[in-house]
Ligand binder design. Structure first.
Ligand SMILES: *[C@@H]1O[C@H](CO)[C@@H](O)[C@H](O)[C@H]1NC(C)=O
Ligand SMILES: *[C@@H]1O[C@H](CO)[C@@H](O)[C@H](O)[C@H]1NC(C)=O
Length: 322
């Protein structure tokens, strides 16, 4: 029953696919636009039919089939297909959510196109195990500045793509217009990682990046450090003190950083501080009521005192801290 439904789904899907080709070819009546007629023996049909169901689904969601049909009408393709495990359990859920947001369609497309090269590289064509033997292949991800995937060998001869992903099922699917190698993890092009970074502070994604490629954005490290950029509109003094604590503001109107990087996205940075910042007094400054900060009386506490309080509070002995 389930498999019948699945077959029916595939058939409908294939029909939609064919309809879409005819649909685009017919209206303009251009005899030159005869290029695409998908062959049922195509590697694309095989992909949709394969056990790489997560990847197929993403290709479909990314609206990439038509692009790929055009590609296979001119070239053989080689697809490095992350297995379902890599796309389900090993993928950072936040990254996956990001990719599936409609506004990030381009990122999803680029991510997927980075797994496909427009030539046929079977396991027999893989670089040998000689030291230093490697091949670099351009991918279909044309938006990527370094749009190449290195194909290499690991220490025990295993085939490696993108410097990190092991080929777990070489030549898994072979068709006249291309083939599919199963790989153990996702390859993330730098441009997509940057798109993601721009919106999120990056923590877990580094786990799925290819090590061999220089894809670790230095900004990543900066985000991880408890850097203390000046919040917009804050008094301009931020000082790191000898003990490593970070102080905002001056004198009575200052506060210590105690919860760094609650939220950062490149433009906005939210830092937790332990007091109320007061503007540095200058004689000519007139503070309008709308912008004057409320003075929460003497909330500013010494750092040591705060530590002492929370420590004592943990034992429930003192109530005098507040
Ligand atoms: C497609 O059109 C080109 C000319 O644009 C022609 O040379 C070629 O033979 C056509 N192919 C098919 C399969 O009709
Ligand atoms: C794809 O590869 C096969 C086998 O190498 C070859 O016969 C065929 O012409 C290629 N197709 C295209 C479109 O290059």
């Amino acid at each position: 029953m389930g498999s019948l439904n699945y077959d029916a789904f595939k058939l409908i899907f294939l029909m939609i696919l064919l309809t879409s080709i005819n649909g685009t070819a017919l209206p303009n009546q251009n005899p030159k636009s005869n290029s695409t007629q998908i062959n049922s023996n195509s590697v694309l049909v095989a992909l949709l039919d394969s056990h790489y169901t997560e990847l197929s689904e993403l290709v479909e969601k990314a609206l990439l089939l038509q692009t790929l049909e055009q590609t296979v009408s001119h070239h053989n393709i080689t697809i490095f297909a992350p297995n379902n495990e890599a796309l389900e359990r090993q993928m950072d859920p936040e990254f996956k959510r990001f990719l599936l947001e409609p506004g990030n369609l381009k990122s999803l497309q680029n991510l997927l196109l980075f797994h496909i090269i427009p030539s046929r590289v079977g396991s027999k064509e893989w670089p040998s195990e000689d030291v230093g033997a490697a091949a670099r292949h351009q991918t279909l991800c044309v938006d990527e500045a370094d749009n190449h995937l290195p194909l290499t060998r690991g220490t025990s001869g295993e085939k490696i793509v993108g410097g990190l992903a092991k080929v777990t099922r070489p030549d898994d699917v072979i068709r006249p217009d291309g083939l599919i190698h199963g790989i153990e993890r996702l390859l993330v092009p730098r441009s997509v990682q940057e798109d993601f970074n721009r919106r999120r502070s990056l923590r877990s994604i580094s786990a799925v990046l290819p090590e061999g490629a220089p894809v670790v954005d230095p900004r990543t490290h900066r985000l991880k450090k408890p850097a203390a950029p000046v919040p917009a509109g804050a008094p301009p003094v931020v000082a790191e003190e000898a003990d490593g604590s970070v102080k905002f503001g001056q004198g009575e109107g200052s506060a210590y950083l105690f919860d760094p990087d609650i939220y950062t996205d490149g433009r906005i940075s939210v830092q937790g501080i332990d007091g109320v910042l007061l503007p540095v007094e200058t004689p000519a400054t007139k503070i309008s009521p709308a912008t004057a900060p409320k003075i929460v009386a003497k909330q500013r506490r010494g750092k040591l005192l705060e530590v002492a309080c929370s420590f004592a509070g943990a034992f429930g002995r003192f109530t005098s801290c507040n």
